[in-house]
Design a protein around this ligand. Structure first.
Ligand SMILES: O=C(O)CCC(=O)C(=O)O
Ligand SMILES: [Fe+2]
Length: 313
C-alpha cells in the first residue's frame, strides 16, 4: 500500500537489522517445510463460471458474486481488467500448519503506525517485511535502509511460487490477522516501485477470511455505464491468489473485519523494479510500528521492549 515511511536509520533499526541478519542465517531456520508443498494441478488457463451466491454471507452487499472454485485447480478470472488466478490448496494442510507456527514463533511482528494528513493511523494487523537487493546498489549507496534478508523458508516458498506463476519476486510482506477485528481496508498495491501491472502472489495460512475485490468504478463502469459486481473469495488455509495485469490499477481489494474470524497469516511476494526500490523495503509497511513476538503459551502477540533488538533469544 502507498504509505508514508521514515527515511532515516535509527540506532534501534540498525541494531535490529544486525541482529536479524544473525537470526536469519540458514542454520537457525528449519528447512524441511517447503519440500512438502503440494502444487495444485491446473494450467491457470481455465475459466470457471461465476455463480451468484447472495446467502453465503449476510454481511456482504447483495451484488456480491463468488467463483466456483474447483478443488486443486487453478481458476483464472479475467474480466473488466481483473486478472487473477486462484490456486486452491496450493500448500498442503500439514505444511501450512507447520509453516504458520514457524512464522508466528520466529518472525518479528510490527503493529504499524503511520500518519496521513496529520492523523495517526494504527494498522489493524501485524506486519513484517523482507527483501532482497536485486538492484546492484552498494551499501554506501543506500540513503535509507538495507532490507531484512528473506528467511530461507520464505525464500524457498518464493521459488516455488515463481515456478508456478512464471514471475520473479524480490520481496515478501507478511501479515498476521490475529482476530476478526484485524483487517485491511480497500486499497490497491499500485506503488510505482512495483512497475506497471505488477504480479503479486498472496498466500493464506490458518483460518479462512473473506477477500473482496471491487472495481475502482464499481458503481458505474466508464465503458459500459453498468455497475460491476464485487468479487469475493473465501481464502482458506493453503490457498494462493495471484493478482496480475491491470488488477492493481483497475481494482481494489480488502480483507474486511469479520466477527468470528481467527488467526490468519497472509504472505505476499512482490517485485520492486526501480533502482531505489530496495531502500524502501525495511520501512515499507513496518515504519515505526512497535515490535511484537508471538507468545506460544498464551496464543497471542506480546509487545516487546526495544532492547529485544527484534531477535528472539
Ligand atoms: O491478507 C490478504 O490476503 C491481503 C493483504 C494485502 O492486500 C496487502 O498486504 O496488501
Ligand atoms: Fe494488498
Amino acid at each position: 500500500m502507498k504509505r508514508s515511511s521514515d527515511s532515516t536509520i535509527s540506532p534501534r533499526s540498525s541494531k535490529r537489522q544486525a541482529s536479524l541478519a544473525a537470526f536469519l542465517k540458514p542454520k537457525n531456520v528449519p528447512s524441511p517445510i517447503i519440500t512438502k508443498i503440494h502444487i495444485s494441478e491446473g494450467s491457470g488457463q481455465e475459466y470457471k463460471p461465476i455463480v451468484l451466491d447472495d446467502d453465503e454471507n449476510p454481511e456482504l452487499p447483495k451484488s456480491i458474486t463468488t467463483l466456483d472454485k474447483g478443488k486443486g485447480r487453478a481458476v483464472d478470472l479475467c474480466q473488466n481488467d481483473l486478472d487473477l488466478v486462484y490456486y486452491k490448496s496450493f500448500i498442503d494442510k500439514s505444511s501450512s500448519k507447520e509453516l504458520m507456527s514457524f512464522l508466528l514463533d520466529n518472525l518479528p511482528w510490527y503493529r504499524v503506525k503511520y500518519m496521513v494528513r496529520g492523523i495517526n493511523i494504527n494498522t489493524p494487523r501485524y506486519t513484517t517485511v523482507f527483501g532482497k537487493d536485486s538492484t546492484d546498489i552498494p551499501w554506501s549507496g543506500y540513503m535509507k535502509c538495507r532490507p531484512r534478508a528473506i528467511p530461507e523458508v520464505l525464500e524457498r516458498l518464493m521459488r516455488k511460487v515463481e515456478q508456478v506463476t512464471s514471475s520473479q519476486f524480490n520481496f515478501c510482506l507478511v501479515n498476521y490477522y490475529s482476530s476478526g477485528n484485524d483487517s485491511i481496508s480497500y486499497h490497491s498495491d499500485s506503488e510505482s516501485f512495483l512497475g506497471p501491472n505488477p504480479t503479486i502472489a498472496s498466500l493464506t495460512l490458518g483460518h479462512p477470511r473473506d477477500f473482496l475485490l471491487r472495481h475502482i468504478n464499481y458503481k458505474n463502469h466508464p465503458r459500459t455505464g453498468n455497475s460491476v459486481a464485487v468479487e469475493k473469495f473465501v481464502l482458506q488455509d493453503g490457498d494462493m491468489v495471484v493478482m496480475k495485469g491491470k488488477t492493481q490499477h483497475e481494482w481494489e481489494h480488502s480483507i474486511p473485519k469479520r466477527k468470528s474470524a481467527k488467526g490468519r497469516i497472509n504472505i505476499t511476494f512482490r517485485k520492486g523494479i526501480v533502482k531505489y526500490a530496495t531502500e524502501n523495503y525495511y520501512n515499507y509497511n513496518v515504519g515505526k510500528g512497535n515490535l511484537h513476538r508471538w507468545d506460544r503459551e498464551k496464543g497471542e502477540m506480546k509487545e516487546v521492549e526495544v532492547s529485544d533488538g527484534g531477535v528472539k533469544s
